[in-house]
Write a protein that binds this ligand. Sequence first.
Ligand SMILES: C[S@@+](CC[C@H](N)C(=O)[O-])C[C@H]1O[C@@H](n2cnc3c(N)ncnc32)[C@H](O)[C@@H]1O
Length: 208
Amino acid sequence: MTRSATLAGVFDDLADGYDHGHHEEIARALIAWVAAGAVGAVADVACGAGAVAVQLARERERTARPVLAVDLSSRMIAVGRARAAGLVPDTAIDWRVGDAVPLPVADGSLDLVLCASSLHFLGRRAPADWRRALRPGGRVGFSLPLATHFRPSERFSRLLADDVPLPRTAEEASALVTACGFTGAESRVHVLGTRRVVLTSATRPDHP
Ligand SMILES: C[S@@+](CC[C@H](N)C(=O)[O-])C[C@H]1O[C@@H](n2cnc3c(N)ncnc32)[C@H](O)[C@@H]1O
């Protein structure tokens, strides 16, 4: 079985019991840190059940273009669609099942890329692709668990990308995107009960 198929299967299995409260709190903090008032073309990378996409879609004008929301797990997307129904118009989110790397968009076409709690599965090829997909001056925001407070199960540990070490500090989180050519990276540790996540924002520079 490919790694993608394994990941999709694991998250399909988790979808019905997913911890929406925890992930919605992270999404709220990430949007506040990176994307308050976000307009234009936006992608939620590895969207899961759409914690970020649904909140963003609720905040945006009804005439805004759909938020692109991509995930490998068809079951997570199905849960996301069901949760979005009644909260936002059907057309507010463009749900796609598939690998989010590369994003199914033209080069330089996005204003904002958000990725909550997923970069450690995607690996370093993801920030490189975000740089391709974003317009000059476009923004990226992601969250990751803080290494010192992350206790993955054996099953989860095997799924983690080996080229994105979980950050132990805010500076280490910023370095993940600075290494891929982003500028102005800023990170902060966000406290959620006994858990800690790092929120990072950065800008795609003007030069290619
Ligand atoms: C911990 S969940 C986070 C989901 C969501 N962003 C949230 O905040 O609730 C990780 C998600 O990454 C997805 N994923 C992992 N690798 C992926 C890939 N290469 N392309 C698309 N989705 C991926 C999984 O299917 C899963 O839904």
